[in-house]
Write a protein that binds this ligand. Sequence first.
Ligand code: NDP
Length: 483
Amino acid sequence: MTTTQQNFIAGEWRNGQDVIENRNPSDLSDLVGLYAQAGPSDLDDALAQARKAQQEWAGYGLERKQAVLMSIGNELMAHAEELGTLLSREEGKPLAEGKGEVYRAGQFFTYYAAECLRQLGENADSVRAGVEIDVRREPVGVVAVISPWNFPTATASWKIAPALCYGNAVIWKPANATPASAVALTQIIARQDIPKGLFNLVMGSGGSIGQRLVESPEVDAISFTGSVPVGKQIATAAIQNLTKVQMEMGSKNALAVMDDANLDLAVALALGGAFGGTGQKCTASSRLVVHASVHDAFVEKLIAGASAMRVGHALAADTQMGPVVSEQQLAENLAYAELGRTEGAELVCGGQRLELEHQGYYMAPGVFVNTRNDMRINREEMFAPLTSVIKVDGYDEALAVVNDTKFGLTSGIVTQNLARATHFRRNAKTGVVTVNLPTAGTDYHVPFGGRGDSSYGPREQGRSAAEFYTTVKTAYISAGEPE
Ligand code: NDP
């Protein structure tokens, strides 16, 4: 009999009020496990104990906190093979991507371990004689982390690591599509020298336990990654309690390919950016804005590359693109493939469901050509292995198309012209911009986030994370002598 994996509440592993099945999207006959669903009383207990634990944790010495984060990071990196396999099995990304994600998650913890010892304040003289000012950051308190399934370990880690580094307690509501990765990370954190209840895993559906979490006045800050509609719902709940909120949401990233681009590089960047992670990345290259003079040559190479991609079981050694995460996501993707055709775009390859050896949610990588930027396939986040080519007459038009979106997460240009690259870097209206690099794939020690509907609140990662996970205190000090 399969044992149910439990939630971690107030320092104890607990059953919930319900159980869900987690199946491998590469092979639906493979049951990854059974996972407890927390009830309201579990959440209430987690919140109450987190408040006490946070105060204890804030009083831990810097080196003790650093040791905890370093140990979590090292364990993740040491077990990247095993945990990456589990991640790929439940989420569907190829094994190399799964392992890479777990390793990267470890690096978030080791980076923030070091940051524990680098929390410097500021000081200043007051405008009043004999008065000095000390500005320092204090923990924000109890942080709710709500994470998606597409990077189940990395996204959660880039929130949990800074939350702990800056002295906070955490209540983590992972996506129900990827509970195995959540339990695996929690098992590592639970083994550490931390106060009872500092870190809580509360699995359950977003609409029930997630909503209850974001509505709680016991939460001081909410960090969310997911869709725009859910983000807006969370912000609406948060404002009722004036809870601090940070959100990373949808995107419609564009890669501009100029007439002087190295075409082989451009095609490689487009294929990786559009189909890596089965297109289920907030940084995916879903619009390819291509100069008319290289359009036909680029499209020919792109179709050849997409058609040659090996779609298969995430754990098979030769798989280049795994399945889509769920039946619902697959149905939405197929609907977008159809919508594109209805809008007049030409689907020149892929975009259909694939029946392979194992029953799973497989789809062929799809390329649309003859598309316009005002089509819905170029305006809405599809989160699918589908990409659109938009032909433009020159650089100015390319830049205008790249910026013509309500989103603004990442954008990229492929060019050998330094002046153009510089202009693009300065004028693309996105939080991240790349030159001769994929739109996906960012570092952990620098800010990450976007503009428009892509992000709300302070940037994540690097030192920018301090802005969200701390609150600033300004102290005025006088020697206490009469003037
Ligand atoms: P959601 O926004 O629905 O889910 C993200 C997280 O929020 C999950 O943990 C989810 O829980 C939780 N959640 C859902 N509703 C609530 C709520 N009312 N209160 C609190 N938490 C909630 O994204 P999906 O996973 O359903 O994906 C749908 C679409 O969202 C994708 O197709 C894609 O377009 C976009 N998306 C974008 C991401 C990005 O990085 N830009 C990441 C993920 C999704 P649960 O899943 O358990 O219900």
